[in-house]
Design a protein around this ligand. Sequence first.
Ligand code: MLT
Ligand code: ZN
Length: 465
Amino acid sequence: MPYQQITLEILAAFKAIVGDANVIANHDDLERYSHDETEDLRYYPEVVTKPNMPQQVAELLKLCNINSIPVTPRGAGTGLSGGALPIMGGLVISMERFNQIINIDEANLQATVEPGVVTETFMNAVAEKGLLYPVDPASKGSCFIGGNVSHGSGGPRVVKYGTIREYVLNLEVVLPNGEIIWTGANTLKYASGYNLTQLFIGSEGTLGIVTKIVTKLIPAPTIDALLMASFATNETACAAVSAIFRAGIIPSALEFMERRGVEWVIEHDGINFTLQNGIEAFLLIEVDGTNQDVIFDACEKINAVLEAYNCKDVLFADTAAQKDELWKLRRIMGVSVKSNSVYKEEDTVVPRAALPQLIKGIKEIGLKYGFESVCYGHAGDGNLHVNIIKGEMSDADWHHKLKDGIREIFELTIKLGGTLSGEHGIGLVQKEFMPLKYSELHLNLMRGIKAVFDPNGIMNPGKIF
Ligand code: MLT
Ligand code: ZN
């Protein structure tokens, strides 16, 4: 069914549902909602609404469903795959006013939170109670927990603690027809038929809109150690990654950074870090726990592995300030690299022992197509963010030839047993590559699931497949 435009009558109905102050229809004010953090793409919605109650979301969706108006749900707009871009116009439902932590249940180690809560705000609130919510994407200070659910987010601590999939127990969701459901139960186990909670995680707003999230919490570790290891080549750094696990260690973070990324962070953000000559790559390694001896033993084992893999230097962070500085270096790398140039970002993920082949292949593909790439990311998960830099590339090559290079990167990723995205999602910009990995049968199963929830196709149309 073709989509309809938002008439004055429907606009008036939106205002009646959420109040005049929570409806935006003015072109200048819509600008903020026309982009996320994906490349330089812009799509204007016709209208933005900012509800703060599930019943309001239900009324909005019901109206859009009846009138065939495309709806794009939006969190903080920090996404990197274009999932929040309203490519068909229509209505953006911004979840920014769903910003309450409803309850932290210390007896059950659970919390109920609204989707528009900034991830770090939630982490800090549970930390005050000695608890840990460990899903902390690099953008934790600005992203929303609802957006994290939509993308199946990860971050540096996934390697030990798992992705958001391990923490969401139950979701309140408004379906496109306006019905409100809970997807599961507030329990640690769930063997009661299809797991709708897991289906909604990572569905990128294509099935419904999450209005409450019940998460698991865990006791917080009390001690950690952080070290930065330098290597002469990308490949030796990547080869050391799987050896650390084989030595019996599960670090709480194991991040890879290329020299170029570190240089740009130092130049642009004044981070205090001395780059030695002859160093091409770094591993940032954290171990945490509650027992100093265990941490000490883990550091010794890691050190032995690093030595065996020709590590040139190991910097142990002695103070909390030094740890913060090293983490800042890693966390702002994405922003820093992107502020340097027009870019495209891929979110490759492979089984971790294949990382050396992945990084080697990415560099060879770059040479073949004439692009520079800066790679960093969650090496412990085999998850490498590949930032392709426009640099000196001509506009024509950037817009046409580059596609073939990206396709080759994905072909290599898949050949190595990996897939298209580890944590950024498919959204708009990666969907054309889905057939590289998934058969028509597979994609049709996904389309069939969508049709059950959203028969009129109003929810975030044009995303994933
Ligand atoms: C990161 O790990 O830094 C994030 O996923 C964001 C990014 O790649 O820009
Ligand atoms: Zn990441």
